[in-house]
Design a protein around this ligand. Structure first.
Ligand SMILES: Cc1cc2nc3c(=O)[nH]c(=O)nc-3n(C[C@H](O)[C@H](O)[C@H](O)COP(=O)(O)OP(=O)(O)OC[C@H]3O[C@@H](n4cnc5c(N)ncnc54)[C@H](O)[C@@H]3O)c2cc1C
Length: 417
């Protein structure tokens, strides 16, 4: 392999190097190891503990966990189950989606992302060909002629190089490897950013998850057991202006939107307790180069609408494993045509979901966030239709199972012992 003279010490060689231990990277790492492939997952953090990440595990992902044999272990994780979504629009309660009766799963599970990632890591570690290296940040791609042949890594012991027959970038929306590959996603824009914070939840509070929509303001509340996880929307770029004002402004707004929370807004102790998600919607035109595949947020950042980010990242990982596990296990070169097939399979569902999200952002959220706009309300015909549970199951099915749901078809070996 042609490497620069000043190359970092070689760490090792692996068949597949997965960069990023998020939902996409951990599911792919597990599925490849399960198929007997030597796989190394690099994660730049020391653990999976990160607050306010995607915590919504949809029925499509619950099905995948069943297919991997982790359904029962997942069900034992502390979680809340959301069966219905509703909204309070202009002061009027409106049921929107109803997951009850959908098969095989009639709910969305709310689980801290680190619990899901630890579960996946634990399952993957049972396979001798799996390796997870924490505090290993990929810094650059290694090229061999026209092919990607590994990554340079910052490790606690200094710079290292890992050579690999295939590198899969699962390093999220700010992907280092995407930039290193010279791939630039097309940005579709978003009219809002989201501020995340928690408030205590008390007996007698409303159940499940619901949105509150008023002229100029919008907030979504997710039932996390003893707490509400609140997503408060601000117009794009409005975060800095809001943070420059006293915290009381946010507290008062939250109390006005959800009067039942007025007695506990002091629980938002300071601005550090409020985490901003800068909403991005983007997509790469090309998800691969010879020796390199990008999936999950690295290939397509999703709007938070529908909470589909984790679930689509996991679907990408399943599709990648379905296409690549057997050829990787067989040895021999990995043809770029195989990587292109993964993009072809996943791009269509991603495009469709993004199109719906962009339409909702433009037609609904941008209008609501205009303080001078008309008071938000649903058309009477839609309100009437949503009065039927069968109709409310349609958005639930679309959000919960999506389009072209993936199923695990990669080969499975038994873990030793
Ligand atoms: C505040 C917030 C709230 C969200 N809420 C939701 C939600 O409710 N529901 C939902 O479905 N989605 C939500 N999302 C989006 C969701 O988290 C992502 O879509 C999903 O996690 C994407 O998975 P991924 O594996 O592609 O990337 P990520 O989850 O971003 O994982 C990337 C991983 O790569 C690691 N990494 C990055 N660079 C390197 C490097 N150079 N070397 C090694 N490791 C690296 C990171 O530390 C990270 O662990 C939210 C996102 C944020 C930021």
């Amino acid at each position: 392999m042609a490497m620069a003279r000043d190359a970092a010490p070689l760490l090792d060689h692996t068949r597949c190097c997965v960069v990023g231990g998020g939902p996409a990277g951990m599911v792919l790492g597990l599925l490849l190891a399960r198929a007997g492939v030597a796989v190394t997952v690099l994660e730049k953090h020391a653990d999976f503990l990160r607050d306010f990440r995607g915590d919504t595990v949809h029925p499509s992902t619950l099905q995948i966990l069943d297919e991997i044999g982790l359904g029962e272990d997942f069900a034992r994780l502390p979680q809340r189950r959301v069966e219905q979504l509703s909204a309070v629009i202009g002061g009027r309660a409106q049921p929107i989606a109803d997951f009850r009766g959908l098969r095989p799963y009639g709910h969305v599970a709310l689980v801290p992302q680190w619990d899901l990632l630890n579960l996946l890591a634990g399952a993957a570690r049972r396979y001798p060909t799996f390796e997870l290296r924490l505090r290993h940040a990929a810094t650059a791609l290694v090229r061999d002629g026209g092919r990607i042949a590994g990554v340079d890594i910052a490790t606690p012991e200094g710079p290292r190089r890992l050579s690999a027959d295939l590198v899969v970038a699962c390093d999220g929306r700010h992907s280092t490897l995407r930039a290193a590959a010279g791939l630039v996603p097309r940005e579709f824009g978003a009219p809002m950013d989201v501020l995340w914070f928690r408030l205590p939840r008390r007996a007698g509070d409303p159940p499940d998850a619901f949105g509150i929509v008023e002229r100029g303001r919008m907030m979504v509340l997710l039932d996390r057991g003893d707490a509400w996880q609140a997503a408060y929307l601000v117009a794009k770029g409005g975060d800095a202006a809001l943070r420059a004002r006293p915290l009381q402004v946010l507290r008062a707004d939250v109390a006005a939107l959800a009067p039942f929370l007025a007695d506990r807004t002091a629980a938002i102790a300071d601005w550090d307790a409020v985490k901003t998600l800068s909403v991005q919607v983007n997509r790469l035109a090309r998800w691969h180069l010879p020796g390199l595949l990008l999936i999950g947020d690295a290939a397509h950042a999703m709007s938070p609408i529908g909470g589909v980010g984790i679930n689509l990242a996991i679907q990408d990982a399943v599709a990648a494993a379905n296409a690549l596990a057997a050829p990787l296990a067989a040895g021999g070169p990995i043809d770029e045509a195989l990587l292109a097939a993964v993009q072809r399979r996943r791009e269509w569902p991603v495009r469709l979901v993004q199109r719906v999200q962009i339409a909702a952002q433009q037609r609904l959220i941008a209008r609501v966030l205009q303080a001078e706009g008309p008071a938000p309300r649903l058309p009477a015909a839609l309100r009437w239709l949503l009065g039927f549970r069968a109709v409310r199951r349609i958005p639930a099915r679309l959000v919960g199972y999506g389009v072209r749901p993936e199923h695990v078809r990669s080969p499975a070996t038994e873990p030793p012992g």
